[in-house]
Design a protein around this ligand. Structure first.
Ligand code: CAA
Length: 389
C-alpha cells in the first residue's frame, strides 16, 4: 500500500522585513545576507499571530475542501510551544471544528519534529488504511536582536494530510536516522529567543547528514544520482546548498553549479523570502518545489534531509504522484507571499519586543492583518483566539 502526503498547505505571516532594512540597521553589507547566507526577507509574526493561528490558517484550506472529515490523528510539531501542558493542536482542533474522535498531541525535537510527526502519521495510516492524519508543523524562529542568527529569523506553518494512495507524494519506507546529544542550538523554558552556537550548528547539520545518508544508502543501495530533486531543512538557503555540495564531495559525485541549481533551486524559493520556519522548513521546501517547478515532476524521486538541532537527523525519499498538480494550493501560496506588507526597522523592533503579558490580567491585542484566525488576547492566563472570516 502506498502511503504519503495527500495535500500540503502553507501559511506565513502577512508581514516581513527586507534584509536590506536589517543590514542598514546593523551596518552590515547586505550581500552578506542576500549572497552569503542566501536570504532576502524574513517573515515576522504580528502580536496577534502565533503557532496556533498559523497552523490553523495553514489547515483551513483543507477544512474548506472537506479534507479533514476522516482525520483521526492530529500531530502538531513545533519548537515554539505556547503552553507547557496543553498541545497547540488542541486549539487548532477547536478552531477548525474537527471531529471529537481524534487523537491530538504536540511533538518537539527542534526542527526535526515535523518529520517525526510525518513518520508517526504514516504508521497510523498503515494500521488504519481508511483513516487520515493531519500533520501540522509550525514555528516562529526568534533570535536576539543584533545576534548572528537574527537575519535567519522567519515564521510559518505547513499542514499536511497523510493518507493511503496519496495524491501528492508517496513516502518510501526506507529511512536513515541519527541521534546524538549535542548543544548546537537550544531554548530553555525561561527564554523566548533561541541560543545557538552558530558555526558549530552548521558542522553538526552536515555531520548528521553524512551519517543519515550512510545508513539510507546502506539500506537502499541508491546513490545520489538516483534522485531528481532534494528538499533539505533550510535554516537559510545557503546551508542547504553547502550541505549538498559537501555530501557530493564526500561521495565523490560530480556536481556543477547548474546541476546544484536544478536539484535544489525550486525548493529554496519560498524559504528565501519567509526565513527559517524550523519544524516546517523542509516541508515549506516541498511546497515550494511542487508549486514552482516548471517541469512535470510526476514519477520523480525527491530526497529529503530533515535536521533538528540537539540533534536528530533523517534522510528519506518520496515519489511524486501522477495528477499532483490538480491538488496543489500553489495559487493561494503565491497570493499570500505577494501580498505581504513590508515593515520598517522600527515597526519590526516594536513587534519583536511586544511580548505576551504574563500577569494574569485581561489583555486585548491590536488587530493586524492575519489569516482566518487571530490570537485576540489573553485573560487570566488563558489564550483567546477568534475567527476573522
Ligand atoms: N558578501 C558576500 N558574502 C559575505 C559577505 C559579503 N559582504 N560577508 C560575509 N559573507 C559570507 C561569509 O563569507 C559566509 O560565507 P561562508 O560560510 O561561505 O564563508 C556567510 O556570508 C556568512 O557569514 P559569517 O559566517 O560571517 O556569518 P555569521 O557568523 O555572522 O553568521 C551563522 C552565520 C553562524 C550561521 C548565523 O546565521 C547563525 O547563527 N544562524 C543560526 C543558526 C543556524 O541557522 N544554524 C544552521 C544549522 S542548525 C539548524 O539547521 C537548525 C536550525 O534551524 C537553527
Amino acid at each position: 500500500m502506498k502511503i504519503g502526503i495527500d495535500r500540503i498547505s502553507f501559511y506565513t505571516s502577512n508581514y516581513f522585513v527586507d534584509l536590506q532594512t536589517l543590514a542598514d540597521a546593523r551596518s552590515v553589507d547586505v550581500n552578506k545576507y542576500y549572497t552569503g547566507i542566501g536570504q532576502e526577507k524574513m517573515g515576522i509574526p504580528p502580536p496577534d499571530e502565533d503557532i496556533v493561528t498559523m497552523g490553523a490558517s495553514a489547515a483551513f484550506r483543507l477544512q474548506q475542501d472537506g479534507e479533514l472529515d476522516d482525520v483521526e490523528l492530529l500531530l502538531f510539531a513545533t519548537e515554539s510551544g505556547i503552553d507547557q501542558s496543553k498541545a497547540a493542536g488542541v486549539y487548532v482542533h477547536g478552531l477548525l471544528e474537527m471531529n471529537n474522535r481524534c487523537r491530538t498531541v504536540e511533538l518537539k525535537q527542534a526542527c526535526y519534529s515535523g518529520t517525526a510527526a510525518l513518520q508517526l502519521a504514516i504508521g497510523f495510516v498503515a494500521r488504519n488504511p481508511g483513516k487520515k492524519a493531519l500533520v501540522i508543523a509550525g514555528d516562529v524562529a526568534r533570535y536576539e536582536l543584533g545576534s548572528p542568527g537574527e537575519a535567519t529569523q522567519g515564521c510559518g506553518a505547513v499542514a499536511m494530510l497523510v493518507s493511503a494512495d496519496p495524491r501528492l507524494v508517496e513516502i518510501n519506507p526506507e529511512c536513515g536516522y541519527y541521534t546524538e546529544d549535542v548543544m548546537d542550538f537550544w531554548r530553555p523554558n525561561y527564554r523566548s529567543e533561541a541560543l545557538v552556537d552558530g558555526k558549530y550548528s552548521t558542522m553538526v547539520y552536515i555531520h548528521t547528514l553524512l551519517e543519515s545518508w550512510k545508513q539510507y544508502a546502506g539500506l537502499t543501495g541508491l546513490s545520489l544520482t538516483d534522485f531528481d530533486h532534494f528538499c533539505y531543512h533550510i535554516p537559510f538557503t545557503k546551508m542547504a546548498e553547502k550541505a549538498h555540495e559537501k555530501l557530493c564531495r564526500k561521495l565523490k559525485v560530480e556536481l556543477g553549479k547548474d546541476q546544484l541549481h536544478s536539484l535544489l533551486e525550486e525548493s529554496l524559493r519560498y524559504s528565501r523570502i519567509t526565513g527559517n520556519c524550523y519544524s516546517a522548513s523542509m516541508y515549506v521546501a516541498l511546497a515550494s518545489l511542487l508549486d514552482t517547478a516548471a517541469e512535470d515532476l510526476t514519477g520523480k524521486r525527491i530526497g529529503f534531509y530533515s535536521y533538528g538541532s540537539g540533534c536528530v537527523g533523517e534522510f528519506f525519499s518520496g515519489t511524486v504522484q501522477p495528477g499532483y498538480r490538480e491538488v496543489l494550493y500553489g495559487n493561494d501560496h503565491k497570493k499570500l507571499l505577494e501580498n505581504r506588507t513590508e515593515l520598517t526597522y522600527q515597526q519590526y523592533e516594536d513587534i519583536f519586543n511586544y511580548g505576551v503579558p504574563a500577569d494574569g490580567g485581561e489583555h486585548v491585542f491590536p488587530q493586524y492583518k492575519t489569516g482566518p484566525f487571530r490570537f485576540s488576547g489573553i485573560s487570566q492566563h488563558k489564550r483567546e483566539y477568534e475567527t476573522v472570516v
